[in-house]
Design a protein around this ligand. Structure first.
Ligand code: DX5
Ligand code: ZN
Length: 215
């Protein structure tokens, strides 16, 4: 069964109490929290203050996806805010290994996110040190975009790399996940499905989460 990680970016921010209550009552496994700085991506979302709010609203795992430059400078702040998993972009880290060590030494699980144009081969020498790869299946910055089909090929490739080394690294697919394409994403080897609009804009979000979970 896939891990379902709804992206709160698509939630109704005027009604977060109800949105969190819905998620807590649903089969969702993780809260996926998208942090954007207006530099690494052309959009600004929220920072540690809101992560702390979500942390208090749930006992589920808080999966924080940093789409920011110099993410190492903020690792401690997100730990304090209550992040369980902290993912940084490979494209934003000159000293990726150091940043991963920093995240782990703070007591969080470490993830590496990769943009659609970044080959998964670039993860070869970091794979043994991380817990999660967040494969972007849209260009990061906005919810509600269409899934880039080439990602299916990247999922398969990454699955082989992980299995060859018998590593315990989860593959998370982020962007444009729908009820229609989710099965092919899981069949390609994904462990975690991030879903923003598909969940929060559904007529029945709890039912949608259950449907994704039971694929
Ligand atoms: C995009 C974010 C995604 C986004 C997913 O930059 O990383 O997590 O919120 O939203 P949907 O599922 O609507 O594509
Ligand atoms: Zn994300």
């Amino acid at each position: 069964m896939p891990i379902i990680a709804p992206s709160l970016l698509a939630a109704n921010f005027l009604n977060l109490t109800e949105e969190c209550k819905m998620l807590n009552e649903s089969k969702a496994d993780w809260y996926h929290l998208d942090v954007m700085d207006g530099r690494f991506v052309p959009n600004i979302s929220f920072g540690p203050i809101l992560v702390e709010v979500f942390r208090k609203a749930t006992t589920k795992i808080c999966d924080v996806h940093l789409m920011i430059e110099e993410p190492g400078n903020y690792a401690e702040a997100f730990k304090k805010a209550g992040a369980d998993i902290l993912s940084v972009h490979i494209e934003a880290c000159t000293h990726l290994h150091r940043t991963i060590q920093q995240i782990k030494s703070l007591g969080m699980l470490a993830g590496v996110a990769v943009n659609p144009h970044t080959p998964v081969e670039n993860l070869k020498d970091i794979l043994a040190n991380i817990d999660l790869v967040c494969l972007m299946s849209v260009n990061p910055g906005f919810g509600g975009q269409s899934f880039i089909q080439h990602t299916l090929h990247k999922i398969k490739q990454l699955r082989e790399m992980i299995d060859e080394q018998s590593l315990n690294v989860k593959i998370e697919v982020d962007g444009g996940v729908t009820l229609e394409n989710a099965k092919s994403i899981i069949d390609a080897g994904a462990d975690v499905l991030v879903a923003g609009n598909t969940v929060f804009k559904a007529a029945d979000p709890i039912g949608m989460i259950a449907a994704l979970k039971n694929l």
